[in-house]
Design a protein around this ligand. Sequence first.
Ligand SMILES: [Zn+2]
Ligand SMILES: [Zn+2]
Length: 143
Amino acid sequence: MMYEKYVDLLKEKSIKITPQRLEILRYLDKNRNHPTAYQIYTDLKENNPSLSKTTVYNSLEILNKYDIINTISITGLETRYDIKNIIHHHFMCKKCGRIIDIDIECPNIRKTLEQGHKIEEVHGYFKGRCRECIEKEIDQYGS
Ligand SMILES: [Zn+2]
Ligand SMILES: [Zn+2]
């Protein structure tokens, strides 16, 4: 069953299971491009014409509050959403605007754990130009 894993996520945190919350989780799981709330809303609306913006925004707030999803403020302008999985950093391309996941093996995390703390969130934001944009520039202007 395709929603089972999301049902489990909600059950684990003892929060109410609603079709909208399941849809949002499935959407975020399938779209790992860190969408905005508005993007999530407009995409889901296509197949659920009765879906309201408020429902989407409220659901995102609850899912975030219970640590099932993450918010990212890398752009400085808007909140982006990410389904929670393993801790990772984010790289934003200033040219095309893509936000790419960066796997980390961070020495500071180890130090923090060694001091007996428990890390639940790590936010590392890097900005620059992505490989695709750099390659396009080389093609355009020659090397
Ligand atoms: Zn780029
Ligand atoms: Zn991410």
